[in-house]
Design a protein around this ligand. Structure first.
Ligand SMILES: *[C@@H]1O[C@H](CO)[C@@H](O)[C@H](O)[C@H]1NC(C)=O
Ligand SMILES: *[C@@H]1O[C@H](CO)[C@@H](O)[C@H](O)[C@H]1NC(C)=O
Ligand SMILES: *[C@@H]1O[C@H](CO)[C@@H](O)[C@H](O)[C@H]1NC(C)=O
Ligand SMILES: *[C@@H]1O[C@H](CO)[C@@H](O)[C@H](O)[C@H]1NC(C)=O
Ligand SMILES: *[C@@H]1O[C@H](CO)[C@@H](O)[C@H](O)[C@H]1NC(C)=O
Ligand SMILES: *[C@@H]1O[C@H](CO)[C@@H](O)[C@H](O)[C@H]1NC(C)=O
Ligand SMILES: *[C@@H]1O[C@H](CO)[C@@H](O)[C@H](O)[C@H]1NC(C)=O
Ligand SMILES: *[C@@H]1O[C@H](CO)[C@@H](O)[C@H](O)[C@H]1NC(C)=O
Ligand SMILES: *[C@@H]1O[C@H](CO)[C@@H](O)[C@H](O)[C@H]1NC(C)=O
Length: 434
């Protein structure tokens, strides 16, 4: 099975009536890189009644207390198995999802995609317990650094947590750019959740001044960190970092200010180093930043590449994702282009993890790539917008419906926070005892 993966890009490329109309150039192709727009908290203001997630399997939760067992369980190896319970939240009980991922609101007819759970081979993945999550992060600050797929996870987390405790949107207190930089505060738990928009982690600019567009080649200064996040990140205790699809567009790469090559620039005397080069260097720069910032003491979670699932054409040539069931592991293997992309970042991560551990910093991996490769059914496709519009939309086979399989990422996150909390508790205990 093969997907059109060469041209995948960043999500929902739509012309909209937004205040950012300066970006809206009248050719659809020129619009595609206008980043997936706007964390509008939409027209919806439905009361968020409390939806209690289906009762968890207590024996599996109890297993978490058995440290030997917990540490030994590789939660990322497993299968998607049928699950009959309702999702944790829906389009009525959560007001924090944006339209683009609100597949229920826009009438996605099939529901099977909501009825699968990830089952690790060696143990149970406990159900998400919002109270437990909030207790673990109480008094802390957590941030998502990256692009709109990272924001997708943040919004899943907002939906999951708001079933128990309502956050306040406090973005305006921190920035004037409340479109790309959001901050939420959970007063009951003194917990701050934010995102720092930086799809490349490194400094970038449009090589040509016509704005964000696919055909314009962007410049990427691969060894210069993007201060939009690096200047903020020291304020956070937990950082979830990820990047992906933006690296597939045409890019010019600069190192020490000198042009060193490009991705798909089609310029004769500039070497095409493919997207891997930019991806590798951007992660290297990002991880180095985290390991060298003097005041950064946080735990870093690196969420691996989230594959897209365009079939029947490229993303901009009618490609879509209409499947309604997961793949089995036999049907779909991580290989070729996606595998190489994944390995590129994992290799950088492993190097960084060693450096980090010498400095007493924790670098952990949310190893979600293969898991999500099995979920072609989890994307909005064309259920991320109203059908009554004259705007041309591309199908979204990049982001994930909410609720949907992306909620699993937060189950993983909770699982790992639990282990972290216990191991730091243990090491404190040990240091007292010794
Ligand atoms: C809970 O999980 C355990 C371990 O997988 C399983 O044996 C048990 O049947 C489950 N119980 C329920 C009520 O689902
Ligand atoms: C912890 O897990 C191990 C290995 O599965 C098991 O042998 C042991 O009985 C468990 N201990 C407790 C207290 O549950
Ligand atoms: C990530 O998880 C997959 C299974 O989903 C596994 O095959 C792979 O080896 C893991 N990668 C790393 C670096 O742990
Ligand atoms: C929620 O989704 C249902 C379909 O699942 C739809 O009928 C309803 O209009 C949606 N409500 C809102 C507020 O989006
Ligand atoms: C969720 O976690 C809280 C706090 O740890 C605990 O009191 C509660 O029993 C858990 N809920 C479920 C359904 O397991
Ligand atoms: C809330 O948490 C912050 C750290 O995130 C801490 O500095 C502050 O003292 C806490 N406030 C209260 C009232 O506990
Ligand atoms: C590529 O070649 C053209 C024409 O010879 C020259 O003007 C340009 O500076 C060269 N670009 C680079 C990056 O070497
Ligand atoms: C779509 O375009 C037609 C013709 O330009 C116009 O009459 C109609 O109002 C537009 N519809 C919407 C929903 O904008
Ligand atoms: C950590 O372990 C202890 C005992 O082993 C257990 O009671 C506690 O629930 C665990 N903490 C979390 C957050 O799971």
């Amino acid at each position: 099975m093969k997907f059109q993966s060469n041209e995948i890009l960043n999500g929902k490329y739509s012309a909209r009536n937004t205040t950012k109309s300066a970006f809206l150039i009248p050719f659809t192709l020129l619009l595609i890189m206008f980043p997936i727009i706007l964390m509008r908290n939409t027209e919806e203001s439905s009361p968020s009644s409390s939806l209690s997630p289906s009762s968890p399997n207590m024996s599996s939760v109890r297993n978490m207390n058995n440290r030997t067992e917990t540490k030994g369980c590789d939660i990322f190896s497993g299968n998607w198995i049928p699950y009959s319970e309702e999702p944790y939240y829906n389009n009525v009980t959560c007001k924090w999802m944006i339209d683009e991922q609100n597949c229920m609101k826009f009438g996605r007819p099939d529901e099977e995609y909501l009825h699968w759970r990830w089952k690790p081979d060696e143990c149970e993945l406990p159900l998400f317990n919002a109270t437990q999550f909030l207790e673990l992060v109480s008094g802390k600050k957590m941030v998502f650094v990256g692009d709109s797929v990272g924001r997708n996870q943040l919004q899943s987390l907002l939906c999951l947590l708001s079933q128990v405790s309502e956050p306040e949107d406090v973005s305006h207190k921190y920035t004037s750019d409340v479109i790309y930089f959001r901050r939420y505060f959970f007063p009951d738990y003194n917990f701050t959740l934010g995102n720092l928009w930086s799809p490349y982690f490194v400094r970038s600019s449009d090589a040509d001044k016509k704005g964000h567009s696919y055909n314009n080649i962007m410049k990427l200064y691969v060894d210069e960190v993007d201060e939009a996040w690096s200047s903020q990140v020291e304020n956070f205790d937990i950082v979830i970092i990820s990047a992906g699809h933006w690296f597939f567009r045409p890019l010019m790469y600069y190192e020490k200010g000198q042009l060193v090559g490009c991705n798909k620039c089609g310029i004769e005397n500039v070497t095409d180093l493919a997207h891997y080069y930019g991806y590798k260097m951007a992660f290297r720069t990002a991880f180095r930043t985290l390991t060298s910032l003097e005041n950064f003491k946080g735990v870093t979670y690196f969420r691996t590449f989230s594959p897209s699932h365009f079939e029947n054409g490229d993303w901009n040539k009618g490609g879509n994702c209409v499947r309604t069931k997961p793949f089995s592991k036999e049907e779909m293997k991580l290989n070729g282009y996606f595998l190489e992309t994944y390995m590129t970042q994992v290799n950088e991560f492993k190097v960084a993890q060693e450096v980090a551990s010498k400095k007493g910093l924790k670098f952990l991996m949310l190893n979600t790539t293969e898991i999500m490769l099995l979920r072609p059914d989890g994307h909005p496709n064309d259920y991320g917008h109203s059908k009554n519009t004259n705007v041309t939309y591309y199908n979204d086979c990049v982001h994930w419906c909410l609720p949907g399989p992306v909620d699993t990422w937060n189950e993983f996150l909770l699982y790992m926070l639990n282990i972290e909390s216990n191991s730091s508790y243990d090491s404190k205990l040990e240091s007292v005892v010794l």
